[in-house]
Design a protein around this ligand. Structure first.
Ligand SMILES: [Ca+2]
Ligand SMILES: [Ca+2]
Ligand SMILES: [Ca+2]
Length: 461
């Protein structure tokens, strides 16, 4: 009899709990929004909000696609070795790091350092002028990216030193915050560098949700562009157009901190070749090709074609973490403030994806990436003074903000902006200038309480 009672209580508890959960979901489905606002990546959203939140596959993949995702997942964290190997050979002769995951820790960012096995920065280089396709002109002997590591008996192109100087910012209400101003220099170049070469330090960005961004119709992105600020609101986003060496066409730029890469195939293939020295069918030549220490005889393994495709598929189908904090009134008020102070001029909340791909969960999705994928002048303090196709030194692609509140949990550290100079979202906002100067001063003029609400909202993304 006693046992029966216990059983009954358990059944009632489980039933009540599942009803609550159901009621919860229904509350979102019937909400004021008209859609479930937690689904930042539409169908390609994950409710994992722990350390692996950025490494989950989208729901709705076929069994075969899940298998390919799994292979891409392994490859992403696989360390490559030099010379010939059963699968993972071909590292170097010169490179920046030995695996995708050593820079993109847990599919996210990492540490803004150069040269270590967990370093997530790389350095782009160029001299004045353009290559044959409107892109940056490489430095003779160095190309457009610095490879600061090398296999045995080969010299790295050089090293990088990074120094930070403190700069105190005062809020109108008297509170203060200290920013880190970075300065970079190339050390020990393997041959002399020309005068006035240009230099851009870039931090590994988070890698989820990218198949959705790739599937936004070009016309949708261009609708937001206002290159001459015709509507006079001080915001003049414009699209980058970049060369695709695989299709041999110029296309709209979507990836990289300056929207300097057209699609994920070119992005992943160039990461393999430039960041790791692993040649492939898109970039069959070593990054050191043509340099004095290049030797054709030393030509090592090229990545097998299918492996490159698995990696591309992986970056296309990593799901976006669901938005949280709908039970936190401060975070919800923060969302309203985010709109009121005009952060949404660039970090636009909602976009609809197109129908171009064979991957079901990426098609026709209402997503909340908080980016327009356009270039904006962010002022001289953030400038790298290095043009990248149509992007000037001052211009950067609006960084997506989805998932950003989980960065600390996933990486154990939080670094923001193109070179990781900001150690918190608040610091990142205070670096905003140029077209974003108004939004920043609106933020600075908020009460400390409202600033906190806004930061709580960002933490809920
Ligand atoms: Ca190689
Ligand atoms: Ca190079
Ligand atoms: Ca405008």
């Amino acid at each position: 009899m006693k046992k029966l009672w216990v059983l009954l209580v358990i059944v009632v508890l489980v039933f009540t709990f599942s009803m609550c959960h159901k009621a919860d979901n229904e509350a979102f489905e019937n909400s004021q929004y008209g859609y479930d606002p937690r689904l930042s990546g539409g169908m390609a959203t994950t409710f994992d909000n722990g350390k692996d939140a950025f490494g989950q596959g989208a729901d709705g993949l076929s069994a075969r696609q899940q298998e390919i995702f799994g292979k891409g997942d392994n490859l992403f964290s696989q360390t490559f070795v030099s010379g010939h190997a059963y699968i993972y050979g071909g590292l170097g002769p010169i490179y920046v790091n030995t695996s995708c995951g050593n820079c993109h820790h847990n599919e996210a960012k990492g540490t803004p350092t150069v040269g270590g096995s967990n370093s997530s920065l790389l350095v782009r280089l160029s001299i004045l002028g353009e290559d044959g396709f409107g892109g940056p002109l490489g430095i003779p002997g160095f190309g457009t990216q610095l490879q600061n590591r090398a296999v045995t008996n080969v010299q790295p192109e050089g090293g990088v030193s990074i120094n930070y100087k403190d700069s105190v910012v005062n809020y109108p209400d008297g509170s203060t915050i200290t920013l880190h101003i970075p300065s970079y220099a190339i050390t020990n170049p393997y041959m002399s560098l020309p005068a006035n070469y240009m230099f851009s330090a870039r931090m590994a960005p988070m890698t989820f949700g990218l198949g959705l961004l790739e599937n936004i119709p070009e016309a949708t992105i261009l609708q937001r562009a206002d290159p001459n600020d015709a509507d006079g609101d001080g915001i003049s986003g414009r699209a980058n157009y970049v060369y695709d060496p695989y299709s041999k066409k110029t296309s709209i730029g979507r990836f990289g901190w300056k929207a300097n890469v057209p699609n994920l195939l070119v992005q992943v293939a160039s990461a393999a070749q430039q960041d790791m020295g692993v040649t492939n069918y898109v970039f069959p030549q070593e990054s050191s090709y043509g340099q004095t220490q290049y030797s054709a005889a030393a030509n090592d393994d090229k990545m097998v074609d299918s492996l490159l495709n698995y990696l591309v598929f992986y970056t296309q189908t990593l799901a976006v973490p669901a938005r949280r904090g709908f039970d936190d009134s401060a975070a919800l008020q923060g969302a309203t403030i985010f709109t009121q102070i005009k952060c949404t001029s660039c970090h636009i909340e909602t976009v609809q994806t197109g129908t171009n791909v064979t991957i079901a969960p990426l098609n026709n999705q209402r997503i909340h990436p908080y980016t327009d994928l356009l270039l904006h002048d962010m002022g001289s303090a953030l400038s790298d003074n290095r043009p990248d196709y149509l992007a000037s030194g001052n211009e950067w692609r609006t960084a997506p903000l989805w998932g950003i509140g989980l960065l600390g949990i996933v990486n154990g550290s939080t670094y923001y902006l193109h070179d990781g100079r900001a150690r918190s979202a608040e610091e990142a906002i205070l670096w905003h200038g140029g077209e974003a100067a108004n939004a920043k001063s609106n933020f600075m003029n908020l009460s400390a309480q409202d600033r906190n609400k806004l930061l709580k909202f960002i933490a809920s993304l």
